[in-house]
Design a protein around this ligand. Structure first.
Ligand SMILES: *[C@@H]1O[C@H](CO)[C@@H](O)[C@H](O)[C@H]1NC(C)=O
Ligand SMILES: *[C@@H]1O[C@H](CO)[C@@H](O)[C@H](O)[C@H]1NC(C)=O
Ligand SMILES: *[C@@H]1O[C@H](CO)[C@@H](O)[C@H](O)[C@H]1NC(C)=O
Ligand SMILES: *[C@@H]1O[C@H](CO)[C@@H](O)[C@H](O)[C@H]1NC(C)=O
Ligand SMILES: *[C@@H]1O[C@H](CO)[C@@H](O)[C@H](O)[C@H]1NC(C)=O
Ligand SMILES: *[C@@H]1O[C@H](CO)[C@@H](O)[C@H](O)[C@H]1NC(C)=O
Ligand SMILES: *[C@@H]1O[C@H](CO)[C@@H](O)[C@H](O)[C@H]1NC(C)=O
Length: 486
């Protein structure tokens, strides 16, 4: 980190070697310097080299003080320039000394670093580490400068103790200064440190970016089915030596899971502008219930940084509607065959299902009396786009409306989410005897009337009656096709 001048010689006394290091500081800033670490040292003392006077520990109001390996200048003053010695003491009374040279540079407007830069040049692929920041506890970088001008823009990725220049070029060469603040006992000090950057990069990393999935995505799955989760990340320009894109399940890397249900496959490729991508697919052979509670996290890492995106799984929503219409008709409680049943079981399916391609739900055919009728009816009705109600005298005279009629009218009127088609199978004449809700629907949309002559040639799908019914039915592929063709 520092500019080293190694001067090794044998002392006449017990000291073994001496090394000199140089620290440059700007006037009025904080400076913390550090004696090299040494094993089995008992204590470290600091001295003014010239006078050999010891530098004591911190007292109220002291500006220069020492504690173990550290020497503080809070803040520096021009007269602090000079040599300082740290002496490492060992248990056998031997010592080891290091001379440190401190240069405090006077503050000048527009100058943010000393003319002499002693920190090693960075010739890496874009990463510039803030020099000496590790000597300062709880330091926070507040600004980076290039040649004393503040750095801004998307090309600069800021880490806690470094910046990364995206795809560095010749024009990025220069003096990079990190300015950070250091807080000691409530007093805030500025510190700045500068190093030279010379671009050399041919392969430069970019801040890793996961293109998909998006963080917090929820993926719909079916239990027992297989699933492939793809994660694609952009990691840099040209091939990267460090390029990891991997999946974790509940923060455990897939390769560490001993479930054979999970497999990972990875490949890399270059895209536009030689951007380097890596894509990893997590293949789950069979979705289990516990997967619905798990976090699936894609992690992308390069030498610069890492990023994550977590997705969760949920069961596929209920399928959409599956019936075009639910048919409500008066139930015959006798064994006598009647026309309404013939109509519901024969004529209507033949025309609406076989010829027009609709799917109907008919009690007695699609719901059996044995089933838990109430809930079966309700479920089927929710999955139906239309409600077809056959109006007959029997339905009107019925003192207790059938359960499905009840629910149908509730859905149609209260929830207002299902369209009703009323088929007047027998001439009702006056509607006064009807339930109020039915009267309301009739008033709003009228009924489609079955005429006696249809009964003679009931198969004729071209009759006005069926045209009318189809007009109120939802569009199906088949019906829209025939509508276009006709
Ligand atoms: C370190 O300080 C000592 C004491 O003044 C001096 O004798 C010595 O020459 C210095 N060494 C270096 C390398 O400056
Ligand atoms: C500090 O020590 C260096 C040798 O390491 C010497 O050249 C320089 O004169 C000394 N500075 C002061 C102010 O004594
Ligand atoms: C270290 O020095 C002290 C005082 O100078 C002396 O009393 C002690 O015996 C010495 N210890 C060793 C191990 O030389
Ligand atoms: C650092 O860069 C400067 C400016 O290009 C150069 O003068 C100096 O020799 C370089 N130092 C090292 C150690 O490469
Ligand atoms: C760390 O520094 C920040 C300001 O930079 C300050 O708010 C915080 O109290 C400090 N924490 C400690 C533990 O000193
Ligand atoms: C630290 O530097 C900033 C910007 O250069 C300046 O505004 C502020 O006054 C300085 N703070 C101290 C304590 O010197
Ligand atoms: C999944 O992540 C969420 C949010 O971070 C967390 O609350 C939850 O405990 C995690 N679940 C598991 C199983 O780790």
């Amino acid at each position: 980190m520092m500019g080293y001048v190694h001067l090794v010689f044998l002392s006449a006394f017990l000291s073994v070697s001496m090394t000199s290091e140089t620290f440059d500081a700007m006037e009025g800033e904080a400076l913390v310097i550090k004696c090299p670490p040494w094993s089995s040292s008992v204590k470290v003392t600091w001295h003014h080299t010239a006078s050999n006077k010891i530098i004591p520990a911190e007292e109220e109001g002291s500006r220069i003080f020492s504690l173990n390996r550290f020497l503080w200048f809070l803040p520096t003053s021009r007269e602090d320039s000079g040599n300082y010695t740290c002496v490492i003491h060992f248990s056998n009374n031997r010592t080891k000394s290091f001379n440190m040279s401190v240069q405090v540079h006077p503050y000048k407007q527009g100058v943010c670093f000393p003319s002499q830069i002693r920190y090693p040049n960075d010739t890496g692929r874009g990463k510039i580490v803030c020099p000496t920041i590790d000597n300062y506890k709880n330091a926070t970088i507040i600004q980076w400068y290039k040649d004393c001008k503040p750095l801004q823009g998307e090309r600069y990725f800021k880490g806690e103790k470094y910046i990364f220049i995206n795809n560095p070029r010749k024009k990025d060469d220069g003096y990079y200064t990190c300015q950070f603040i250091y807080t000691h006992k409530g007093n805030v000090f500025n510190v700045s440190a500068t190093r030279i950057f010379i671009s050399k990069a041919k392969h430069s990393p970019l801040p890793p970016q996961i293109l998909f999935p998006k963080d917090k995505d929820v993926i719909e799955v079916e239990l027992g089915a297989a699933l492939s989760l793809k994660c694609q990340a952009r990691l840099g320009i040209k091939k990267q030596w460090m390029a990891v894109v991997t999946w974790d399940v509940n923060n455990i890397p897939v390769k560490n899971l001993d479930f054979s249900r999970f497999h990972e496959k990875t490949h890399s490729f270059e895209g536009r502008g030689q951007e380097y991508y890596r894509e990893t697919t997590l293949h789950i052979t069979e979705i289990k219930k516990e997967d619905l509670q798990a976090n699936f996290t894609c992690v992308a890492v390069n030498e610069m940084h890492n990023t994550k995106a977590t997705v969760t799984l949920q069961l596929k929503a209920q399928y959409g509607k599956i019936y075009d219409a639910y048919v409500i008709y008066p139930r015959n409680h006798t064994n006598e065959a009647n026309f309404v049943e013939y109509f519901v079981y024969q004529i209507m399916p033949d025309i609406l299902e076989n010829k027009c391609g609709y799917k109907l739900c008919i009690y007695g055919r699609d719901i059996y009396p044995g089933e838990d009728t109430a809930s079966a009816i309700e479920k089927r009705m929710q999955k139906s786009r239309r409600l077809i109600i056959l109006l007959t005298h029997q339905l009107i005279n019925c003192t207790e409306p059938a359960y499905d009629q009840h629910i149908a009218l509730y859905n149609a009127l209260i929830q207002n989410d299902t369209k009703v088609i009323l088929l007047e199978m027998e001439t009702i004449g006056t509607y006064e005897k009807l339930q109020e809700s039915l009267r309301f629907i009739i008033k709003r949309q009228g009924t489609i009337k079955w005429k006696e002559q249809h009964t003679v040639h009931p198969q004729s799908s071209n009759s006005r009656f069926w045209k009318h019914v189809r007009y109120h039915m939802p569009l199906t592929l088949k019906s829209s096709y025939s509508a276009n063709a006709g």
